[in-house]
Design a protein around this ligand. Structure first.
Ligand SMILES: NC(=O)c1ccc[n+]([C@@H]2O[C@H](COP(=O)([O-])OP(=O)(O)OC[C@H]3O[C@@H](n4cnc5c(N)ncnc54)[C@H](OP(=O)(O)O)[C@@H]3O)[C@@H](O)[C@H]2O)c1
Length: 336
């Protein structure tokens, strides 16, 4: 039997999806002390990627290095609300420590990166996604200089499982979905017709595992590519879900983010309510870096993978249903 991968961030949305996509017993998961303990791992280790040797004592570190066949590095801070220093310490510093383990073990290193590394034309460079983007760019830089075989897997935004919408945590995009479903979003600072790239988490993980298992080194994009929905379709699926629940929600207007940030917001100044301003910023932070006037590159033809992504409208709908069954939503117009 081949040696297992160490999967860092094994309790996270992507980490758990990778464990499920890997063959049985193919992974040891690194989790944080006191954190969630995922299933599907052959074993679990407690550690901290911000600490040299992942916080392991010399003996266990040596034994781990002698046991693994590769490192799949998925531990990260993905929240934009954390401080830039924390984000950098975990995302870039953590990558350096995990890469050091791969180097000591003499095994390949695989970085789970993100499509956020590329700033979209027209997106706001100072938005809250900046620290995250820069930390992941720094992580990629470290990996490109690695002394062991490596790959960088730039994953699209992930939503729930394609079958049932399940997801271990509701991340940033769910805040945008919520604003659409509860009718709070009247204006979306994204040009109509822009593509918004996302994938169900099981499919994204299956793509990553196929590339890793095939030893496809270098930089890869795991995206919906030409199948990406437009922001208009994304919005329509969210508002259709709300209307199925019997809620009257407005169809939001899409306005180019340049116009919102360079003209509308400065012109209206303080007269724009704090909540409206906050909502526009939320969309710019979360959706802005994901939307583009062109489709993103995707896994190159000829490389192994699970084939075309499943129908993304159904996947988004399944994610909305799962999320809507787990959270308390206040119908539009109701008093909280
Ligand atoms: N989710 C997406 O849409 C998406 C899209 C593209 C790329 N990615 C990339 O995928 C990777 C994983 O993201 P995710 O969505 O799975 O995020 P997540 O759900 O927040 O999971 C991140 C994991 O990292 C762990 N972690 C954080 N700090 C750590 C530390 N100091 N030491 C050890 N573990 C630590 C967390 O532990 P706890 O469970 O204890 O908090 C968590 O399990 C990231 O590199 C991200 O850039 C994510």
């Amino acid at each position: 039997m081949s040696r297992p991968y160490l999967v860092t961030g094994a309790a996270g949305v992507v980490g758990q999806s990778l464990l499920a996509a890997l063959p049985a017993h193919a992974a040891i998961g690194l989790v944080r002390e006191g954190g969630t303990r995922p299933s599907h791992a052959a074993g679990l280790l407690t550690g901290d990627v911000t600490v040299p040797a992942l916080g392991l004592a010399p003996g266990p570190y040596r034994r781990l290095a002698g046991r693994i066949g590769g490192v799949i590095h998925s531990a990260a801070i993905t929240s934009f609300t954390r401080s830039a220093a924390d984000i950098h310490r975990v995302n870039a510093g953590g990558t350096a420590h995990a890469l050091r383990l791969a180097t000591d073990a003499g095994v390949p290193f695989h970085l789970i990166s993100t499509i956020y590394v590329e700033r979209r034309p027209g997106s706001i460079p100072t938005g809250r996604s900046r620290a995250y983007r820069e930390s992941k760019q720094a992580a990629e830089e470290l990996v490109r200089a690695a002394q062991v075989p490596w790959s960088i897997l730039r994953m699209s935004l992930v939503i729930g499982h394609s079958a049932d919408g399940s997801i271990p945590r509701f991340q940033g995009v769910y805040a945008a979905m919520k604003a659409l479903v509860t009718g709070e979003a009247h204006v979306i600072p994204v040009a109509p017709g822009s593509f918004i790239d996302f994938l169900p988490r099981d499919y994204a993980a299956a793509c990553a595992v196929a590339l890793i298992e095939a030893g496809a080194g270098g930089e890869h994009w795991i995206t919906a590519g030409k199948r990406a929905l437009t922001i208009d379709q994304f919005t329509a699926v969210c508002t259709a879900y709300a209307r199925r629940r019997g809620w009257q929600v407005p169809t939001p207007r899409m306005v180019d983010s340049e116009m919102v940030h360079r003209l509308i917001m400065p012109a209206f100044g303080d007269r724009l309510g704090a909540d409206v301003r906050k909502r526009l910023e939320l969309f710019t932070d979360i959706l802005g870096p994901l939307t583009t006037d062109r489709q993103l590159p995707t896994v190159e033809p000829g490389l192994p993978g699970p084939g075309d992504p499943p129908d993304l409208v159904s996947c988004l709908d399944a994610s909305l249903s799962h999320w809507g069954s787990r959270v308390r939503l206040i119908p539009p117009g109701a008093i909280a």
